[in-house]
Design a protein around this ligand. Structure first.
Ligand code: PA5
Length: 444
């Protein structure tokens, strides 16, 4: 198993019988998923996706990635939320957060359309000047404001630069048939990839949404799917004694019910930072509804021990931590003797930094649990494409089970519409006149 749940630090906070007391609830949640009769059952395509994915489309993704690698210095990936975070998380975790700066054979990859910041967009345009560029526009609905705005601007850039040939460099990942983006792409002659109808945005990283940009970065996407399939098989048994994913889902609910209303995902690798963002969207958008849910937050240690450590150790006792323990780093360094010993650190001579990082982790877990913050640990031997695929599926399934345990629909996101309605009204979109008046009154 590429991801193992370690619960030994949880003993003072959750007793064994409490976990097994959840077996019936977990069985009910499992049944809702398997029998596809729970809330949001139209969006369960991710459940068997690692086995049932479209192999022909997968080969097209690999071919398109090779073409982009051959003819482009830069790939601009346009998308937001579930159409953005997974790809970026995978690239940073499996290559490096410094991917664009390090020497490599593959194109630089910039992410656009994930905000409305004109500065951010102008900077990416600037980075594209004088380079050969391809675009991957990702939007299931095809109408999301942020990516649509970025696409307008980059379409113009591409048309100016390549004229008629721009269409050979624009790859669109969207809904199969519905939606304006598919229709527009077919008219323009762009190559399109499919986001399956029954896979929601935040569950879509293992479709073309994530796989095309990840493959362009030179990551082995077959291994990612293998890892996800392995997780799908391992995590299918509804037994809290052996299914770590279900145990994790049950334990976070037990902690949530005890007033631990914030889960901090903790990593000791800066490369995990965007994976934290992906996890926050997955759990936040899935569980935060009907005035319920555990608020997903994240930290990267030891960096954030120097900023958030105080609160976690000693502030309001509303937190629990889920530590992602990646045991073998991609690279290591050995500490050398310094004759001056100016920093007093010669006692570390001969030690590997990974060992020091591990001791920091163990010391922190012990300190935080003593301070009253429960810690769960997800152990991963080594981060590679297989483990990434496994971890993605682990979190997706844990999120679905956890959502059903708290009686919500883990697959919709009605709350996201609130800001959009107000923004459109304030911008004077036709049809929003009454709302505009109400809002302008409030802003006076
Ligand atoms: O998970 C979700 O459904 C959302 O985060 C969407 O992915 C996000 O809003 C982008 O939507 P779209 O892909 O339709 O542009």
């Amino acid at each position: 198993m590429a991801v193992k749940l370690q619960t030994k630090y949880l003993e003072p906070f959750v007793r064994e019988h409490e976990l097994f007391g959840m077996q019936h609830e977990v069985e009910a949640a499992h049944k809702l998923l398997e029998e596809k009769n729970g809330l949001g059952n139209d969006y369960l395509g991710w459940l068997y996706l690692p086995r049932d994915y479209d192999k022909e489309e997968f080969a097209r993704i690999q071919a398109a990635a090779k073409q982009i690698q051959k003819d482009s210095d830069v790939l601009v990936v346009i998308g937001i939320g579930g159409s953005y975070l997974g790809a970026r998380a995978a690239i940073e975790l499996l290559t490096s957060p410094m991917y664009n700066l390090l020497p490599k054979q593959t194109p630089n990859i910039y992410f656009a359309g994930n905000s409305i910041s004109p500065t951010a967009l102008q900077e990416i345009l600037q980075l594209c000047e004088g380079k050969d560029v391809s675009l991957n526009v990702i939007s299931k609905s095809g109408t999301t404001t942020e990516p649509a705005l970025a696409f307008r601007i980059f379409r113009e850039f591409m048309q100016k630069k390549y004229g008629e040939d721009a269409k050979k460099r624009i790859y669109v990942t969207t809904d199969k048939a519905r939606g304006t983006l598919k229709k527009f792409s077919d008219e323009q002659g762009y190559q399109t990839f499919v986001i399956p109808d029954d896979v929601g945005g935040r569950y879509s990283v293992l479709t073309a949404v994530g796989l095309l940009p990840i493959a362009v970065a030179g990551v082995d996407i077959e291994q990612i799917m293998q890892g996800a399939q392995n997780a799908m098989e391992n995590l299918s048994v509804c037994d809290l004694g052996i299914n770590d994913c279900y145990r994790y889902a049950a334990l976070r609910n037990i902690l949530g019910r005890k007033g631990k209303s914030i889960e901090l995902l903790v990593s000791y690798e800066p490369a995990f930072t965007l994976m934290n963002e992906w996890y926050k969207q997955l759990f936040g958008e899935s569980e935060g509804k009907d005035h319920k849910g555990i608020f997903p937050a994240s930290v990267v240690f030891s960096t954030d021990l120097h900023s958030m450590g105080q609160f976690i150790q000693d502030g309001s006792r509303i937190l629990f931590e889920t530590v992602v323990d990646i045991k073998r780093p991609k690279r290591d360094l050995t500490v050398k003797e310094d004759p001056s010993n100016v920093d007093g650190l010669n006692f570390l001579t001969g030690m590997q930094m990974s060992y020091i990082n591990q001791k920091a982790m163990q010391g922190t877990i012990l300190a935080h649990t003593e301070g009253g913050t429960p810690n769960l640990v997800l152990e991963i031997e080594e981060m590679n494409p297989f483990a990434f695929g496994y971890l993605v599926y682990f979190f997706e399934k844990a999120c679905a089970i956890s959502g059903y345990l708290s009686g919500i629909n883990p697959f919709d996101q009605p709350g996201v519409e609130g800001y959009k309605t107000n923004m459109f009204a304030l911008l004077g979109k036709p049809g929003y006149e009454d709302k505009q008046q109400q809002l302008l009154e409030k802003l006076k």
